[in-house]
Design a protein around this ligand. Structure first.
Ligand code: ZN
Length: 220
């Protein structure tokens, strides 16, 4: 549904231009609440986009303009943007979920009807949103997610705790993008549980040793 999203800049650009579907937009809005660097990136993008639109007509972003915009985003940005946008507290430490996400929850986190998918892995589906399936995923400490790949795009935003994947640590406020080229098995290596907001626009496919057998049994 949104297969061209190669990186977070393109995600923010689509968000800024209003062309991102609702489900991934929820991830981006929540990410912006948690992550000052993402807010800076969006601010820079909007500033450059505004300048570009003033310079050229028509106002629609043609492919060339989009590429130029992304290229200019790679240039060093004015750090004064930093102070212009105040940072709400992160969810870590029990200070609550970001507002865009909290608004969609019918009950406090603990009272949601979590489903147990496998030992150490629980999830809860958000109300249906256009453009993807959104769910909260809770992974216990010292738990590995089974190897899988993706039939579409998977956006994973860490709300609390952290997970490791591909030699990188994703902590609260970090966003991971995965697509059909990614076959991975993220793991929570710490003692603390990890809470994530996950949006997919197509089912994932288990790829491990018993993946084919399990595909019909485990759906997440
Ligand atoms: Zn994945």
């Amino acid at each position: 549904m949104y297969p061209s999203l190669a990186n977070s800049e393109e995600l923010l650009l689509d968000y800024a231009t209003g062309s991102l579907p609702v489900a991934p937009s929820l991830v981006v809005a929540t990410w912006l609440t948690l992550n000052p660097a993402a807010r800076r990136q969006l601010g820079a993008l909007e500033a450059i986009g505004g300048a570009l639109l003033e310079e050229s007509r028509p106002a629609s972003l043609a492919a060339g303009a989009k590429a130029a915009l992304l290229a200019r985003l790679d240039e060093p940005q004015d750090e004064t943007l930093d102070e212009a946008q105040s940072a709400p507290p992160p969810v870590a430490g029990g200070r609550g979920l970001p507002a865009p996400l909290a608004a969609l929850l019918p009950a406090p986190l603990e009272a949601l009807p979590w489903r147990r998918r496998m030992p150490g892995l629980k999830d809860w589906d958000l109300p249906a949103l256009a453009g993807g399936k959104a769910r909260l995923m809770r992974v216990a400490g010292r738990t590995r997610i089974p190897h899988h790949t993706h039939n579409g795009l998977e956006l994973t935003l860490v709300l609390d705790g952290a997970f490791e994947d591909g030699g990188r640590t994703y902590a609260a406020g970090d966003l991971q993008l995965a697509d059909p080229s990614v076959d991975h098995s993220p793991a929570v290596t710490r003692r603390e549980a990890c809470l994530c907001l996950v949006v997919t626009d197509a089912p994932v496919r288990l790829t491990g040793r018993f993946g084919r057998l399990l595909n019909g049994l485990v759906r997440y």
